[in-house]
Design a protein around this ligand. Sequence first.
Ligand code: 0O2
Length: 233
Amino acid sequence: MSFRYYYADRIREKMPEFKGTDEELQKSIDDISLSYNSAIRELETRLGNISDDFDKQHSYMPIHHVQSRLKSFDSLMEKAFRYGIEDPINNLDTVKREILDIAGIRVVCNYEEDISTMSKLLLSQEDIEMIRVKDYCDKPKESGYRSLHVVVAVPVYLVNRKKMVPVEIQFQSIVMNAWASLEHELRYKNKGELSQEIVDTLKACAEDLHRIDEEMSRVRHEVLDDGNEYSEI
Ligand code: 0O2
């Protein structure tokens, strides 16, 4: 996992409108880094534990790999403006309340069916609160993007307090992740702008890949039916 910390002097340079002292700014942003990085670590541990236990019981690991990130401060402020939060640097409590993907985890599963297995197992933990679900597997985005987005609040225990911290978890299959990574890279390289022809081609690729995802899953079941003991939970 990669921890990211925010630095008051760098933020102050870009956002001189912050009304407090450098120490006050550092204190608020330290609080964000600490809480959200801890929440990411907590969830990564839980996902690892579930995956290990699942492997023990079924000789199969549904998770291929996990990526995580703390949103960059620039991108957090840009999103806050987009959400209509006025003067976000001086209203960090509102930013924390409204922006739910400050901490993000991407759980890349082998097959599409593993997405529901893993998300259900995680959400069945009694101290995890579900805040929001966006199912782009069932209803892909206009671009062709597929993924299950779940925002949860996870308890984080600090020196003398417990905080519930929101984290956005994106559950994807390897195939969904391959498309999203390449499409993101192409869009980013082109500063967010792609011609309609390219957009249409990428959407067609997403649909082709979805068929491949389903076919791989079908093949998997054929192989499993041939004697492997694993059965779905
Ligand atoms: P990053 O770098 O991943 O953080 P928003 O659209 O951000 O105003 P919301 O509700 O967060 O509001 O959006 P959504 O669509 O539920 O989730 C946004 C995230 O999903 C994006 O994060 C991407 O990671 C991913 N995503 C959504 N649509 C697409 C898509 O068409 N292509 C790809 N490759 N990824 C997508 P950010 O914030 O863009 O960036």
